[in-house]
Design a protein around this ligand. Structure first.
Ligand code: NAD
Ligand code: UD1
Length: 335
């Protein structure tokens, strides 16, 4: 089976490509390298023994995309490509709406033109906004989303539902990721944030490695047991395997699935888990809350378990250990 993976050299895409190759799928990657590096392709080849086909292309390039779909028949698409920095999306909303929406529309038009009807899309738990926790696929979406990035995910979900309704052959899976962290256990691929990391785990890893002096914990007076925010962290390899499961159980229409563990972990718990798993010190201070942060959210993961036969198997300890392997390895062999 031939899968076209957009954004396949990025953080989640590269791990998913590894999981797909290991399951015997043939992969073509399309990526414009705006947030990734060509060296990831070699790393994928080192892990799997197979180098996937790769095209450097912006997904908004309709003619270029048409050419790629014409090279070899595509059975399904996994669509990771897009911009994802929440803070940047508030500064540059037009760029986020243009890139994320336009890329998806161009991709859907190319799929329609080439008779490709299966799509797995990277959505986010951010679509639940202010819904009560735990979030289930039945929860209300679209209310209380605090940034343009989250709005693009919500809008694209709506576009996919409309397209699926118009196409009796459409089989779309909308995967709502919780908080992806960790890396491939080889330490060869992982998340490589440019500049100061916005997300917790990469920041913790950079403090542990001495690249940064200390972590600022954004708020310790939330209504949670230790006062810090609670999230549902998911190992990126569990997430990657979730994509394989979604592909293998894809069904007609547009169906959303939560990909999370169902377990909440506070910021302080994550920091201490990291210290325990790695033996490294992580200095921190308590700082004011970050605008837009919700006190607590985690998944109800039951639908993915029952329909996709998928649930997470890796612990917070695994996430910390593999993040550290990647941090130390990538620092040695800087991409
Ligand atoms: P990433 O930035 O590491 O990967 C995205 C890849 O897409 C990059 O390689 C980038 O170069 C490429 N890309 C971006 N715009 C493109 C375009 N116009 N044309 C072609 N390629 C383009 O991000 P990631 O963390 O791997 O996230 C993948 C997807 O999952 C994104 O859609 C993101 O919004 C979504 N998501 C991520 C998280 C997370 O915490 N990482 C959480 C929820 C959802
Ligand atoms: C953020 C995004 C979300 C995205 C997710 C992907 C916001 C509002 N939401 O979620 O849309 O899908 O990343 O991973 O940005 N923290 C610190 N210090 C730090 C960094 C983070 O204390 O230096 C805290 C945050 O306040 C939060 C927790 O750690 O409570 C997790 O933060 P982060 O990794 O940024 O994820 P989210 O905020 O859940």
């Amino acid at each position: 089976m031939h899968i076209l993976v957009t954004g396949g050299l990025g953080y989640i895409g590269s791990h998913t490509v590894v999981a797909l190759i290991e399951k015997g799928y043939t992969i073509t990657i399309v990526d414009n390298l705006s947030n990734s590096s060509l060296s990831v392709l070699d790393r994928i080849a080192r892990i799997t023994g197979t180098k996937p086909a790769f095209y450097q292309l912006d997904l908004q390039d309709a003619a270029g995309l048409d050419d790629i779909f014409s090279i070899a028949p595509v059975d399904a698409v996994i669509h990771f490509a897009g911009l994802k920095a929440v803070g940047e999306s508030i500064q540059r909303p037009l760029t986020y709406y243009r890139v994320n929406i336009d890329s998806t529309l161009t991709l859907l038009e190319a799929m329609r033109a080439h008779d490709v009807h299966k799509l797995v899309f990277s959505s986010s738990a951010t679509v639940y906004g202010s819904a009560p926790i735990p979030y289930s696929e039945e929860s209300l979406v679209g209310q209380g989303i605090t940034n343009p990035y989250g709005q693009t995910k919500y809008m694209i979900e709506q576009i996919l539902r409309d397209v699926a309704q118009s196409d009796p052959d459409a089989e779309f899976s909308l995967l709502r990721y919780f908080n992806p962290v960790g890396a491939h256990p080889s330490g060869l691929i992982g998340e490589d944030p440019k500049g100061t990391p916005n997300n917790l785990m990469p920041f913790v890893a950079q403090v542990a490695s001495g690249q940064r002096e200390k972590l600022s914990i954004f708020g310790d007076s939330y209504p949670t047991p230790d006062g810090t925010c609670i999230r549902d962290y998911i190992h990126v390899m569990d997430l990657a395997e979730g994509h394989v499961a979604a592909l293998e159980h894809i069904r007609p229409g547009a169906t959303a699935y939560n990909l999370g563990s169902g377990i909440g972990t506070s910021v302080l718990e994550l920091v201490h888990a990291f210290i325990d798993a790695t033996g490294k010190d992580v200095a921190y201070e308590i700082a004011p809350p970050r605008a837009g942060d919700l006190p607590e959210f985690y998944a109800n993961p039951d639908l993915a378990a029952s329909e996709l036969g998928w649930s997470t198997t890796r612990s917070v300890e695994d996430m910390c250990r593999d993040t550290w392997a990647w941090q130390t390895n990538s620092a040695k062999t800087r991409l």
